[in-house]
Design a protein around this ligand. Structure first.
Ligand SMILES: NC(=O)c1ccc[n+]([C@@H]2O[C@H](COP(=O)([O-])OP(=O)(O)OC[C@H]3O[C@@H](n4cnc5c(N)ncnc54)[C@H](O)[C@@H]3O)[C@@H](O)[C@H]2O)c1
Length: 306
């Protein structure tokens, strides 16, 4: 499997392009905005420099990696000769559906077409493509250069050979792919992550604790176990009888709304968007944001260089 095309050169697309280029693949990176392509190459250069500082990438390999990436604003050019295409455009079902319809018409019959959607059903994204058997989900996590997990998800019509080829390719570039058995919005990771965020926001909304306390509970408490103990391992460790007793009492008290919370909607209406506006669920000064980003980066780099 040789030539990779990445459609959409934003936050995820540039990192995904970097992963494949760093493992010897020729990569065509496509975006509708020339400025996004230029920013993507700058971001890749900066990321490689940082990875070299932590000995995750060899310093002398950086130029070779960059030279493997070509950029284009033409979908047709990106599709030509591609063996594997990964779409990472904005999270809009209509946009993704039309891109897959076009890619299906433009690509060679052997080409696998993958989407990096965070939550949208793969079946829905593949709906307008004629050869839906080759459309699969490959959900990377941000930053894709450092987080090993990629969820591989079948759509209703995905062929087993397409899933196997996606899985094998991801393994060959050092990722940790997992096979999701069936197409369900949010797949595995985002179903779990957003169940936790819904509860965290609800705790603040109900006045049970403030935002600082909620995050302290995660970071100084159960969050410390998560890198080494999965949720189901944890349930087995404490015992399923205890888990049953706890669920029997607590489930009726925790958030089960099917709508985004009122607090969240009000904040967005007021323009309180988080880092972007300096205020969200917490207050953010430039110093606090810098410290938060630097802490995450250091943590992921140290993990990646183990
Ligand atoms: N941001 C995350 O943490 C994250 C994590 C996992 C998955 N995802 C998913 O990855 C995808 C991309 O997210 P992102 O955060 O990189 O978004 P982004 O906004 O940073 O980048 C999207 C890019 O797509 C480009 N684009 C828009 N229309 C296009 C078109 N028709 N053809 C080509 N390019 C087009 C935009 O110019 C932009 O550069 C989304 O589906 C998102 O849900 C995001």
């Amino acid at each position: 499997m040789g030539r990779i095309s990445v459609i959409g050169a934003g936050l995820m697309g540039h990192g995904i392009a970097q992963v494949f280029a760093a493992h010897g693949h020729a990569v065509s990176l496509m975006d509708v905005e020339q400025s996004c392509l230029e920013r993507a190459l700058t971001n890749i250069r900066e990321s490689l420099a940082l990875l070299a500082e932590y000995d995750i990438v060899r310093s002398e390999d950086r130029d070779v990696i960059i030279d493997r990436i070509t950029t284009t604003t033409s979908l047709q050019e990106a599709a030509a000769g591609a063996d594997f295409v990964i779409e990472a455009v904005s999270e809009r079902p209509d946009l993704k559906r039309s891109i897959f319809r076009e890619l299906d018409a433009l690509c060679l019959p052997r080409t696998i077409l993958a989407t990096n959607t965070s939550v949208i059903s793969i079946t829905e994204i593949a709906r307008d493509a004629a050869s839906r058997e080759r459309v699969v989900g490959t959900h990377f996590w941000n930053p894709p250069q450092l987080i090993p997990l990629v969820e591989v998800i079948p759509g209703r019509d995905s062929a087993p050979w397409a899933i196997d080829r996606a899985y094998d390719l991801l393994r060959s570039v050092g990722k940790h792919p997992v096979r999701v058995k069936k197409d369900a919005p949010g797949f595995v990771g985002n179903r779990m992550q957003h169940a936790l965020w819904r509860e965290a926001i609800s705790i603040v909304e109900r006045g049970i604790a403030d935002a600082e306390t909620v995050d302290e509970v995660v970071k100084m408490g159960f969050g410390l176990r998560l890198p080494v103990l999965g949720s189901l391992e944890n349930a087995d460790m404490v015992g399923l009888d205890l888990t049953l007793h706890i669920h029997d009492y607590i489930l009726r008290h925790i958030e089960d709304s099917h709508e985004p919370s009122r607090l969240l909607k009000e904040k967005v209406e007021r323009g309180e968007l988080g880092f972007a506006s300096g205020r969200g669920l917490k207050e953010w000064t430039p110093q606090k944001m810098g410290a938060c980003r630097a802490g995450l980066q250091r943590h992921l780099m140290e993990w990646g260089s183990r």
